[in-house]
Design a protein around this ligand. Sequence first.
Ligand SMILES: [Zn+2]
Length: 548
Amino acid sequence: MIVETSLDRLIRAGAIHSMTGEVYRSVGLRGAEIAATSPEPDGLDDLAGPGTVITDGGDLTLLPAFADSHEHMMEASRNTLLVPVDRARSIAEFTAMVEAAARAAAPGAWVMTSMAWHESNLAEDRLPTGAELDAAAPDHPVIARRGGHLAVANTAALTAAGIGPGSPDPPGGKIGRLPDGRPDGLLEGGAVYQVAGHAPVPTRAQLVDGLARGSAAYAALGVGTIREAMINVAELAAYREAAGQGKLSVRARPLIRVGNELTEEQAIALIDGLGAPAGGDDWLRVWGLKLVMDGGAEGGALEQPYADDPAHSGHLNWDPDVMTRVCTHAASGGWRIGTHAAGDRAVRTLLDVYEAVAAKAGPLPPWTLVIEHALLSDPAQRQRAVRGGFGVTVQHALLWNMGSEMLKTWGPERTSRVNPLDQWLAAGADLAAGTDMARPFNPMLNVWGMVTRGTKTAGVQGPEHAIPVATALELYTLGTARLNHEADRLGSVSPGKLADLVAYGADPMTADPDDLAQLTPVFTIVGGQVMHDPGGLLGPTQGRSKVP
Ligand SMILES: [Zn+2]
């Protein structure tokens, strides 16, 4: 056996599911790629040389590393720079973290919390008040943003933003008030940005550091690729720096935001200013553009009124004619476009837009015009999406996380048919699975949800829409590789493909579905590099996951 062809790494396992139908028992890696596979545990022994690191994992099951079709790793990474109040379980713990951060901060510096917290995780099941933040940090502006649309700020932060007793609500926003009219610290919609706009933005170096930590956390959960669903040009520069310095532990496929606050001319100028749509490498490659058509559980554009407000049916952010012209310009220039459409009215309107774009700029390859979420849809819409070749990214994790909110705002009937993967598949749709959780999320919990329709606090919703575990895994690996136009390089365990692998101590194909929710990786390899191996099964390695 000549040394040049010997494997860098040989892994024997109980089962290696290729995602293309084969089950192997051994896989050999060389450099960044899968060099060979065999249905026998000892089938690749002839390819081992003196330098080959061999792992005997007869009790392990290997899969391709997960590829998340829609996630916000930049936001999750930024959260690592912020006060981690998502870990607090009471108001007292929450305010103690804010107090400690203020003590450690420079005099008068802003204190900003992670956005990834929710009051349902606090014993009191309520938001902290502005007064409680005042008590914790009277001399520092404090803003505790919760998700994208809500925040609590203290008096110093309100003052820094020029908000006082007589301040009017900003457009599209609401300033919470005490009975006497003074602001109480609660901020909604546009009011969040009115205050957050005065807080300092992270530096490039901080963002790069955040991406190093954030991407390592995703890799530790078995993720190999993330389609980064919305960043701006400054954040893309941080991604390029992190990738250039070898600090990304997962591959990223970013979408650049084209905001609906832009005029048609500004949107087209932004797209033209991005240069050519192609480029990048296996670690970082811009996927395309991102537009947002409507809101979420509170603002999604619905065909029928909201269950909790008959006068409300959500909002559409774009004028469809303007959007059609912007998207036609982009698609004609080779750009791929992903558009957030949550409600069924948004999905129908987006189909109108995409059909018009395809008629003018087409024919377009599959996964060029993509529907993000399509939480609610009807059979006619699903048929139109299939006929038009418009793929859909689906995130059961949204139903898992927001099921209780949806029950309130959309009602039980609509909630039970959120993301009906069985119906989409029966219609012949192109699907790719992901999370949209803006935080490292265990892919196996998401798989459990697709297989059981289970949720965090809303029980089982629409069990008839469950799909088999093999299908869920396929949509979460090969499905996303197709979405990213790289199924020739990623998404299955096949010789010549990139060596992105995750190992488990149980076989998800045969495990009790309820055991999937707790299943976490034994190790993760991305591009042949060990990114996660707490048990040291892969021997001494030079992984990238050096960040604590
Ligand atoms: Zn998203």
